[in-house]
Design a binder for this molecule. Structure first.
Ligand code: ADP
Length: 243
């Protein structure tokens, strides 16, 4: 289980997260929706400590951390509990698909090379890229690059995968293949928090949907509750604009 309690984050005088509480059960897919600038990406980055929250508590699995008092070692431990899939893939350009997936296993997890390689190949096969192990990012389509990003996250066997608008940089014809891979791994029971504007995906795949605006959670519920019976005016307005 993942539990975020009162997460706050400011950039200078701009408070971007104003005390976020969020609970994700093991195996659940939680989709976060909200207008641009509402703090969705910042929240994901706080969970992975790519941004340091100003305050709040983060519990992932059996590990919990208070953001005010966390030391370096606490942060390193917390980071290993989650893996991020980025909007812009963030692959190493001078490394092959296989090397990109292996990197975290060898450098961070300190797995022996052969074991890292076997696991990485299995993950690339899972995302349909078993034939592209030696391809460099420049030789892959955006959809394929993002699938390498997903294989890299999966290989780390994190407690949760954080997807930050994983299809927003893709040409429309490539969105489907990436969503299909995310759907497939969701079915395997991997816990996920997904920031996306893909409403069809949210409706089909999410167990729980969270609507954020202005750095707060405005409303949350099942996809049916949120999409068919939104309670809050801000949610209604947002859904009207994007559907
Ligand atoms: P969303 O993902 O919902 O579009 P973000 O989390 O990206 O929202 O951004 C929320 C707000 O925080 C925006 O106003 C953005 O400009 C600001 N912000 C995000 N990252 C930084 C940063 N590193 N420095 C300063 N402001 C930032």
């Amino acid at each position: 289980m993942i539990k975020l309690t009162n997460i706050t984050k400011s950039f200078g005088r701009h408070q971007v997260l104003k005390g976020i509480d969020l609970t994700v059960q093991k195996g659940e897919v939680v989709v976060i929706l909200g207008p641009s600038g509402s703090g969705k990406t910042t929240l994901l980055r706080c969970v992975n400590y790519l941004e340091k929250p100003n305050d709040g508590d983060i519990l992932i699995g059996d590990y919990s951390l208070n953001c005010k008092h966390a030391g370096k070692k606490d942060i390193i431990r917390l980071r290993q509990k989650s893996a991020m899939v980025f909007q812009q893939y963030n692959l190493f350009k001078h490394k092959t698909a296989l090397e990109n997936v292996m990197e975290g296993l060898v450098v961070v997890k300190r797995l022996p090379k052969e074991e890292a390689k076997t696991r990485s190949i299995a993950m690339l096969e899972k995302v349909g890229l078993g034939g592209k192990l030696d391809a460099y990012p420049s030789q892959l389509s955006g959809g394929q690059q993002q699938r390498v990003g997903i294989a890299r996250a999966l290989a780390l066997e994190p407690e949760v995968i954080l997807f930050d608008e994983p299809t927003s940089a893709l040409d429309p014809e490539l969105v489907g293949e990436v969503l299909a891979v995310i759907r497939k791994i969701a079915k395997e029971g991997i816990t996920m928090i997904v920031v996306t504007h893909e409403m069809g995906f949210a409706k089909d795949v999410a167990n729980h949907v969270v609507f954020m605006d202005g750095g707060v959670v405005v409303e949350e519920g099942t996809p049916s509750e949120l999409f068919n019976h939104p309670r809050e005016e801000r949610t209604k307005q947002f859904l009207k604009r994007i559907t």
